[in-house]
Design a protein around this ligand. Structure first.
Ligand code: BGC
Length: 407
């Protein structure tokens, strides 16, 4: 079922793998690590079904500091080697804004060189780069001006993307502007467990459906003006959402939630997209009491595992927009590597179903290439096909076999 030129890949993001970064997240981690570890010590979260080993790591403050991460800044060639060993032909990575523009308006030659070298290495190995311009961290100078709340954020983002496309546009064809706009604004301005930990539905709304939309559109124009043939997308996290039961109120709540979570943002930007990047992790049952999942099988993060539901998520988006789709993230936190092969099998079945129904599906990128820094949870969750030391896991080899079978 899979087309010959299908992209089989894996994903990472700069802050989670590169190491040695100074941005709003690295600053926040230093302040937050002790508190986070105390939290786990005192309230072992029963819903995490956390193994002893996970718990031990989660109780250590160092777990919450990204530090050198996977040291990809120095070891990017090793990353490409893992991709090659896995037989993959695509790699999704992101550029860290603070590495490129450490001071306002001053662009770093050293910073951009790193990404040029990475892209060159990928090209040398026939691996297609998929570049995300912004996967969440903010340079310190911009944080001081209010981060996403800054009145100049759109202008700054446009200038940053302009620099990226001028430097990398010749060698990178596939671009994504923003990773998961709803996730970053919800965590930062609604649930407020991520920096800057504010809570305001008004700010949330203004940022999500205002600034993050304008940032995307401006970046689209800049990239297309540079070269109309470049392919521009977004990485959008969509969940499959169903009503907890047949109660009409629960059904209504689900419809509204699904609209805001899956479609409102896409509806505002779909005329400025060549393809839609979809990140899929969640199947949620929703009702008046919030999320009420069966949780018969959960991953290490306590997330209900329903891999096949990616089919519905793909179909919903396809039926609405009829734009090419690429799965830009999908995976499972699984320290013992006991679910990932099953997850991959079920996912492939769902992708085949979508292809059979005529969806223009162009690629699948597993999250993640490596175990890495999982934001406010730090290092204990392990999503990698390979470990941080780049040793490929059994599930990584399994993915390789699947790719060979489907290619
Ligand atoms: C994010 C990744 C993250 C992954 C697993 C996605 O929402 O884009 O950065 O590591 O989910 O939680």
């Amino acid at each position: 079922m899979f087309p010959k030129n299908f992209y089989w890949g894996a994903s990472t993001s700069a802050h989670q793998v590169e190491g040695g970064l100074t941005n709003n997240w690295s600053k926040w981690e230093l302040k937050h690590s002790k508190e986070a570890s105390e939290h786990y010590k005192n309230n072992r979260p029963h819903w995490y079904k956390m193994s002893e080993e996970n718990y031990k790591d989660a109780c250590h403050p160092d777990n919450y500091i990204s530090g050198i991460a996977c040291d990809s800044y120095n070891q990017y060639k090793e990353d490409v080697k893992v991709l090659k060993e896995l037989g993959l032909n695509a790699y999704r990575f992101s550029v860290d804004w603070s590495r490129i523009e450490p001071k306002k308006g001053e662009f770093s030659e050293e910073g951009i060189q790193y990404y040029k070298k990475l892209v060159k290495e990928l090209r040398k190995n026939n691996i297609e780069p998929f570049l995300t311009c912004w996967h969440w961290p903010i340079p310190l100078w911009l944080e001081e001006e209010g981060g996403l709340e800054s009145k100049n954020i759109v202008k700054y983002f446009k200038r940053y993307v302009e620099f990226l496309v001028k430097n990398l546009g010749e060698d990178v064809k596939y671009w994504m502007t923003i990773n998961e706009p709803i996730v970053i604004s919800t965590a930062s301005y609604l649930i407020s467990n991520w920096p800057p930990q504010k809570r305001s539905i008004f700010t949330f709304n203004k940022i999500t459906f205002g600034k993050l939309v304008d940032m995307h559109k401006e970046a689209y124009k800049v990239i297309k003006e540079y070269d109309a043939n470049l392919q521009l997308g977004i990485a959008k996290n969509n969940s499959y959402e169903e009503s907890y039961n047949n109660n009409p109120i629960n059904k209504l709540i689900t419809r509204v939630h699904r609209y805001f979570n899956n479609f409102r943002y896409l509806g505002l930007v779909h005329n400025h997209l060549d393809y839609i990047g979809l990140n899929f992790y969640f199947h949620n049952k929703i009702g008046i009491k919030g999320v009420r999942n069966d949780n018969d099988k959960v991953n290490d993060m306590g997330w209900w595992m329903k891999p096949k539901s990616i089919y519905y998520v793909i179909k919903e988006v396809w039926d609405r927009y009829h734009l090419p789709i690429c799965i830009t993230e999908n995976g499972v936190a699984d320290r013992e590597d006991k679910y990932r092969e099953w997850w991959l099998d079920k996912t492939m079945e769902a992708l085949e179903m979508s292809l059979k129904e005529g969806v223009d599906l162009r690629g699948y990128m597993h999250w993640s290439l490596l175990d890495n820094f999982e934001w406010d949870s730090g290092y204990w969750p392990r999503f990698g096909l390979a470990a941080r030391d780049r040793k490929i896991k059994d599930s990584g080899w399994y993915y390789k076999k699947l790719v060979e079978k489907y290619r």
